[in-house]
Design a protein around this ligand. Structure first.
Ligand code: SAM
Length: 226
């Protein structure tokens, strides 16, 4: 199955070549898979360093009380946000959710781990309880990247985002935006946003967050403007 997927990815790359130098670099970087061997203090973080740096700038600017993260994996991203809060001397917390987290998740006083599907009523109920007294809330969707799942998460979690803060839809670069295009791929986060945004004018993609020229989350930094 993995071999078949790799062959399809190669064919897709030939059939859908990059359109400009930014896309060319994005493709080169993405298919190198080095993002899956990126670490923060020894913990794997499945992110592009450009986006990690951007989160640092966003946390400094926004100073959220809590980040709700769907998709924990090894807990590297949760630890990164926690350490940023430490360095910034803020009272921030992270609630991170995974249906099948890795066994080596870091322990940190700011991180609360919830185990279960991000779209289950039990998990959404627990999140609601945990954020009851929070004033500035940011949400990051980084779990199952199928359109169907991301759209469900968008519907369930957008209401938690406070005005002026962000709902980040990660990995919107797949399914041809600009990587992993063509047959063999399916609609993903980009397509979920296309379905969600027309009914939610309170959220607008903040293109200034793509200033580093390559982001794994194109159009995915959704700012709540009202
Ligand atoms: C891309 S990884 C998360 C990466 C992590 N945020 C980071 O930056 O290192 C996606 C994670 O989502 C989890 N996942 C998949 N489906 C899920 C679901 N329905 N609910 C919650 N988590 C899910 C997977 O188990 C996996 O650990």
């Amino acid at each position: 199955m993995i071999f078949f997927k790799r062959v399809l990815a190669r064919i897709n790359r030939v059939l859908n070549p990059p359109k400009n130098i930014e896309e060319e670099f994005h493709a080169k970087y993405y298919y190198s898979k080095v993002w899956s061997e990126t670490y923060f203090l020894g913990k794997k973080v499945f992110k592009c360093p450009n986006d990690l740096w951007l989160y640092q700038e966003m946390l400094w600017e926004l100073r959220p009380d809590v980040i709700i993260e769907c998709g924990t994996f090894h807990g590297g991203s949760a630890l990164y946000y926690a350490k940023l809060f430490d360095m910034m001397d803020l009272d921030g917390e992270i609630i991170t959710i995974d249906v099948d987290p890795m066994p080596d998740m870091p322990v940190h006083r700011r991180i609360t781990y919830l185990v279960g599907s991000s779209t289950s009523s039990e998990i959404v109920g627990k999140v609601k309880e945990l954020i009851e007294d929070k004033k500035k809330i940011m949400v990051i969707l980084d779990s199952d990247h199928s359109k169907e799942h991301v759209l469900k998460e968008l519907e369930l979690y957008h209401g938690f985002v406070t005005p002026g803060s962000y709902l980040v839809v990660e990995d919107s670069n797949i399914n041809g935006h600009p990587v992993y295009s063509g047959f063999g791929q399916g609609p993903g986060p980009w397509e979920a946003m296309e379905a969600f945004l027309p009914g939610h004018p309170e959220f607008v993609p903040d293109k200034t967050k793509e200033k580093f020229l390559m982001s794994f989350n194109p159009n995915g930094y959704l700012k709540r403007i009202k």
